[in-house]
Design a binder for this molecule. Structure first.
Ligand code: NAD
Length: 438
């Protein structure tokens, strides 16, 4: 494999009040997050005096990840771990392996984790990690070396009571097992609680793999019933057929919905009467993509946004719904399985068009909620049944959505702004109680 090119960091804007690396890339995910914080500041009352703390990550780490490739040569990858806020508890958030991941993207993802964890009221702060690598061009041995070296490099700031990584795009149970082992070898004791999303046999939780997709489904069903949308027979379009998208598609199909369109990085398939999700998954698992599935029509990637549907689930990457496709989306409800899939301007268009957006910070919070259960189970070394986990998950998500819905109605704001209001108030109230050190 080739060493990936490192893209230049965009020029910093001239904002004198922020360090240049924080003000840079103002149109990217971090800029979007800053705009979201600005939007809620007027609703934070006396807590707004601490709002500046949300605009800066607490701790940002950039590491070099050198490995030996199978052919004996060496490659260097850039890795990041960002702890955005740890006021309410240890940092918590996934690790992404992607050739285009950047520090500012990881900063935004870490910040959204702070918001998400506070929104569902689990005792975690927000963190996120990434390695700028395309895992698909690595052998398993090379992937293991990248994972272990990255874990070792960030080892000084992670730990069961400091910061707990988890899977994200292109990382999985296998990688979590290597991370847990590396950290444990380095400290000389088995520390199952250092990561979540591990295999069940080494301290993982039942239900964790499906938790994010199940959360998307749970929040979607609850919102559908509140807005009077009949899910049975409803048309659902899903972007991303990985851990989140495939599970959500499967559960909506189980509730009687027609999954009419599925898109992944390599193709888009469409069938008006509804795709057979299990068959599509079998094809995907064999070939690596939904592309080439012969029981459906093939669409261009852009045509996905015009598909007639009632519910759309972006569950791939950020910044997918933009000003160019938001006016074309036909759905009545969008459930953000992915993190940051909608740009703020697109959000306004959807809002003006009366399309309900269930924001990422609540819609995909199922994963971190069950990660919290996994962490608790690891600490107590006592494991719960899958039924118990799913019941507690649904309970937490419904309670969180209820509070968000009430806040949205009270202030006449979007569900996203309402989620941010609740979360920012919780974080800043905790900050207020703890006080500023020294
Ligand atoms: P994954 O790697 O399992 O799947 C990603 C899917 O997106 C794949 O099907 C891929 O082909 C598709 N995709 C990638 N680029 C695309 C593009 N340009 N156009 C269309 N499709 C594309 O990842 P995942 O774990 O399912 O995560 C998906 C999203 O959900 C990410 O934004 C992630 O941060 C978020 N998320 C994941 C979890 C979790 O528990 N896995 C939790 C919360 C949020």
């Amino acid at each position: 494999m080739k060493n990936p090119q490192i893209a230049p960091i965009p020029a910093a804007s001239l904002n004198p009040s922020l360090p240049s690396y924080l003000a840079a890339d103002h149109l990217g995910p971090w800029g979007i997050y800053l705009q979201q914080v600005d939007r809620v500041t007027p609703y934070l009352g006396s807590m707004s005096r601490w709002v500046e703390t949300l605009k800066r990550p607490k701790r940002t780490m950039i590491v070099d990840v050198p490995i030996q490739l199978d052919d004996g040569t060496h490659a260097h990858f850039e890795g990041y771990r960002v702890q955005h806020n740890t006021t309410r508890g240890p940092g918590k958030g996934g690790v992404r392996f992607h050739p285009e991941v950047t520090l500012s993207e990881v900063m935004a993802l870490a910040a959204w984790m702070s918001i998400k964890n506070a929104a569902v009221n689990v005792p975690f702060g927000g963190a996120k990690g990434g390695v700028r690598v395309d895992p698909k061009v690595l052998s398993q041995a090379e992937l293991q070396r990248v994972t272990r070296r990255y874990t070792s490099e960030i080892g000084v700031i992670i730990g069961p009571s400091k910061d707990i990584p988890a899977p994200d795009v292109n990382t999985n149970e296998r990688i979590m097992a290597w991370m847990m082992d590396t950290y444990s070898q380095n400290i000389g004791a088995t520390a199952t609680g250092v990561v979540t999303g591990k295999p069940v046999d080494i301290g993982g939780s039942l239900g964790r793999r499906e938790a994010t997709g199940r959360g998307v489904f749970t929040v979607g069903m609850e919102a559908a019933s509140r807005m009077g949308l009949e899910v049975k027979g409803a048309a659902v379009a899903v972007q991303g057929f990985g851990n989140v998208g495939a599970v959500a598609a499967h559960l909506f199909e189980g509730a009687g919905a027609r999954v009419v369109a599925v898109q992944d990085a390599h193709g888009t398939v469409y069938k008006e009467s509804g795709l057979d999700v299990q068959r599509l998954k079998a094809h995907h698992d064999k070939s690596g993509s939904v592309a080439g599935y012969d029981q459906a029509e093939t669409l261009t990637q852009d045509a996905f946004w015009d598909v007639p549907c009632d519910i759309m689930i972006p569950a791939a990457l950020e910044q997918q719904i933009t000003t160019s496709n938001a006016p074309r989306i036909q759905a009545k409800m969008i459930i953000e399985g992915a993190n940051g899939p909608t740009t703020p301007l697109a959000d306004d268009i959807l809002n003006d068009r009366g399309i309900l957006v269930l924001p990422d910070v609540i819609a995909n919070a199922g994963g971190v909620t069950v990660s919290y259960f996994e962490w608790v189970q690891d600490f107590s070394s006592f494991f719960w049944s899958e039924d118990e986990i799913n019941q507690r998950l649904v309970q937490i998500l419904k309670k969180a959505l209820d509070a968000i819905w009430t806040t949205a109605e009270e202030h006449k704001v979007s569900l996203r702004t309402a989620t941010f209001i609740i979360a920012c108030q919780r974080i800043l109230h905790a900050h207020d109680l703890r006080g500023l050190y020294p």
